[in-house]
Design a protein around this ligand. Structure first.
Ligand SMILES: [Zn+2]
Length: 515
């Protein structure tokens, strides 16, 4: 990441060195390691914080409610859950009706969540992640009901909303949660996708959602860290409508799914997805192609049309390559959104890609514009279809997404043999692959261990067990864990279905956990 700033802005900063470009999910970086030295930001205003995964210093985390705050005072009678045990997992269903005042950066949302208790335990409370509450003065809860009755005893602390249940929810029981809330969207800096910038408004992790529950581990809502993503999602069904308060505004919407559009209103349906996101702009131009029956659309700014078309073509190739190697692409569409955000960031059916990658593109294929677009495309399988605990086991999506870049170049640009040097070897990576997001404070060390050592592990594993077993395993792992949350145990359990090779030295060489 570090020298990228120097390179991308074309500035003659010989001293540019260790800039904490801690970003989302990718590993942008120079083709050679950088020296540690003084930071010389090309744009001082672009560096509000060295910890971009937390809100920047000028937007402190201020919960809307103090812990334990009671939102409603009435004590309702016990809700009547539809406590009908049923076999099999029924995904939660999120119905979201949002009204966006684009000019005022203000969103009003009605949300309902159908939830079935598939935890195997009786629940006395639910825990929801409310990421907008990590921004000051952003999230305001109007009401929250459980099965139509006002909830009491709510507590909202940071991004953790705990909803006590008046009646315990037994295994297999279901309930309906309804919320009304407003968002006063924050101005986004280059380290954050959420909010608005001078070109677009991005709605990511913008609604409260019920976090996964792990038997023995409780609710999986981990705190934000200096590096990496902290959220974990269950696969869910989304029925989403977004309406503009001013339907005459010429706003183009990119989203996680194709839209039905009618007079300033967009309606979407998406299933087996972790999250549903939007990006809105009055400046977008679009270009589309299809790959394997999937519509791939680039949303870009006019100055970067040529680069946007390159991204579109290469992402379509990646989609075909990964479809053949991992299994069918999991969604009906893929949106690629150019953003002032400094890196790439994946969501279901949509990813953001830094404008810097577009402007720095020189026409050669081994560039971040392509490598990161391919990386984010791979996340549609490793993050989207196959979920994981991104805080505790980030390697499960990041190592696979990074190694997927290698697979893409191998298949589509076989003459390009410098991927390892460009992306991995230049950093002489060290560290354990199974590092969590809390161990390192700096992005480079984290990426080196999780992404780059992770790619080295997968290459070594492939060499050990052979291509036939390796690719059969990847396809089986993708199929078995589709719609689920995979763990390292799942990875190695399924791997051992496909090989009897001794990989103990690889495990001790790359992992702390003795899988
Ligand atoms: Zn990634």
């Amino acid at each position: 990441m570090e020298e990228k700033i120097n390179m991308l802005h074309g500035a003659p900063y010989n001293l540019v060195a260790f800039l904490f470009l801690l970003t989302a999910c990718t590993v942008p970086g120079p083709s050679a390691p950088t020296a540690i030295g003084p930071t010389v930001p090309p744009n001082p205003n672009a560096w509000p914080s060295p910890t971009p995964f937390s809100p920047p210093a000028n937007t402190p985390m201020i919960p809307v409610l103090e812990p334990g705050t009671t939102v409603t005072a009435t004590v309702p009678p016990a809700p009547t859950s539809t406590q009908l045990p049923a076999p099999g997992f029924v995904p939660s269903r999120y119905t979201l009706n949002a009204m966006l005042d684009y000019a005022a950066h203000f969103l009003t949302v009605d949300e309902s969540i159908f939830y079935k208790n598939a935890t195997g335990e009786t629940l006395t409370a639910l825990v929801l992640a409310v990421e907008p509450n990590l921004w000051a003065d952003c999230f305001t809860l109007g009401s929250l009901t459980v099965n139509g009755l006002a909830a009491t005893g709510l507590s909202l602390n940071g991004d953790r909303l705990e909803v006590p249940l008046a009646a315990p929810l037994v295994p297999g029981g279901t309930l309906n949660l309804s919320l009304r809330f407003d968002l006063q969207l924050p101005a986004a800096d280059v380290y954050h996708v959420f909010g608005y910038n001078d070109r677009q408004t991005n709605l990511v992790d913008w609604y409260p959602f019920i976090v996964p529950y792990s038997q023995g581990g409780g609710w999986l809502l981990h705190p934000p860290a200096e590096v990496g993503e902290h959220l974990t999602y269950e696969a869910a069904v989304f029925d989403v409508a977004l309406t503009l308060t001013d339907p005459t505004l010429p706003v183009t919407l990119a989203a996680s799914a194709p839209a039905e559009v009618a007079a300033g209103s967009w309606h979407y349906f998406l299933q087996n997805a972790r999250t549903f996101v939007f990006s809105a702009s009055s400046a977008y131009q679009t270009a589309s192609t299809t790959a394997e029956g999937v519509t791939v659309t680039g949303y870009y700014f006019g100055e970067e049309e040529a680069q946007a078309r390159v991204v579109l073509d290469e992402a379509a190739k990646a989609l075909r390559t990964f479809g053949a190697l991992f299994g069918p692409y999991p969604y009906p569409s893929l949106s690629i959104v150019e953003s002032p955000f400094y890196d790439g960031m994946e969501y279901d059916g949509l990813f953001f890609l830094s404008r810097d990658f577009y402007t720095a593109y020189d026409g050669t294929v081994l560039k971040y514009l392509i490598a990161i677009a391919v990386h984010e495309t791979a996340h549609q399988w490793w993050f989207g279809s196959v979920g994981n605990d991104q805080a505790q086991e980030p390697w499960l999506d990041e190592a696979l997404a990074t190694y997927s870049e290698k697979l893409f170049y191998e298949k589509n640009h076989p003459a390009v043999t410098a991927w390892w040097a460009f992306r991995v070897d230049a950093y002489a990576p060290t560290g354990w692959v199974d590092t969590d997001i809390y161990y390192y404070d700096d992005f480079r060390s984290y990426v080196n261990a999780v992404y780059l050592r992770g790619a080295q592990f997968l290459e070594a594993l492939r060499g050990r067990i052979g291509d036939e077993a390796f690719f059969a395993f990847l396809k089986d792992y993708a199929a078995q864990m589709s719609g689920k949350r995979a763990t390292g145990d799942d990875f190695f359990r399924i791997l051992r279905l496909h090989t009897s090779a001794d990989i103990s030295d690889l495990i001790t060489g790359f992992f702390q956990i003795p899988y």
